[in-house]
Design a protein around this ligand. Structure first.
Ligand code: B1M
Length: 210
């Protein structure tokens, strides 16, 4: 079995004690960290999501898979990104209110940080007020990044983006993303940008901030 398959199986099975060692072994074999992330980890969360949809597994299994992936990402983190030294400005990031998913948001934060931004991570279940108060406390913010994984919290994303845009604060752009989000939705709610994955979110943040 390849190391990527072993990582995938460990994540799916929620084997958080072995994941660190497996990722280290894969890196030692010279496997590209991005391949480990995309093929071993992100793809596996897709499989986990499909199994949940078919009621083959339930929330606790999804949760342990998520915890295992997070542990694996911690080991991978130093190997990902460019480690750019120059400051591209500040970026405030969070997952919308009502939504507790943070793996994708954490990856986006990591890539944006690697692109040279100082990242202020507000975590999950973040209401509009928290984004706006953080913006007021950090008027030099260049990008506000809003993540959402649930179709049921897309209205909250619309409200949050609207509230941020009407907050009276200036000099920043709002970008959004997450599995159910599309460019069309971003246009509808007046976001300045949308991207489908963490790497392109970082590139977009850099482009919009310059
Ligand atoms: Co949840 N969950 N979950 N879940 N969960 C999904 C999202 C779901 C698609 C599963 C399914 O049914 N197939 C489904 C949503 C259906 C829908 O709305 N259409 C779902 C559901 C229904 C739920 C609950 C309602 C289940 C329940 O309680 N009955 C519940 C909701 C809780 C809440 O948030 N209020 C729930 C709970 C959970 C757990 C807590 C158990 C756990 C999350 C743990 C955690 O994050 N700490 C969990 C998990 C793990 C998932 C799946 C399996 C995996 C999510 C993940 O981490 N993917 C997920 C199924 C799936 O995604 N296929 C599912 C890997 C991650 C790297 O991808 O987050 O998409 P992703 O991020 C990507 C891109 O989307 C993008 O870049 C990232 C990396 O490339 N991106 C951005 C993300 N944010 C971005 C921001 C940007 C740009 C790009 O700019 C700002």
């Amino acid at each position: 079995m390849s190391k990527i398959q072993e990582i995938a199986e460990a994540i799916e099975g929620g084997k958080s004690k072995v994941i660190g060692g497996l990722v280290e072994a894969a890196l030692a074999e010279g496997i590209d960290p991005l391949k480990i992330l995309n093929e071993g980890m992100i793809a596996t969360m897709g499989v986990v999501g499909e199994k949940f949809k078919k009621a083959e597994i339930f929330v606790p299994e999804m949760l342990v898979a998520a915890r295992t992936m997070k542990k694996g990402v911690e080991v991978l983190k130093p190997k990902l990104g460019s480690g750019a030294a120059t400051s591209a400005g500040k970026c405030i990031i969070g997952t919308v209110s009502g939504d507790l998913h943070d793996i994708g948001k954490n990856l986006v934060a990591m890539m944006i940080e690697s692109a040279g931004f100082e990242v202020i991570d507000l975590g999950v279940d973040v209401p509009a007020d928290s984004f706006i108060n953080t913006l007021k406390a950090n008027p030099d913010t260049k990008v506000v990044a809003v993540s959402g994984l649930l179709t049921t919290t897309m209205p909250a994303m619309k409200d949050i983006v609207g509230a941020i845009k009407n907050s009276g604060q200036k000099g920043f752009k709002v970008i959004i993303g997450g599995a159910p989000i599309t460019q069309e939705f971003a246009d509808q709610i007046g976001a300045d940008g949308y991207s489908a994955d963490a790497a392109s979110a970082a590139a977009l943040a850099k482009k919009l901030a310059s």
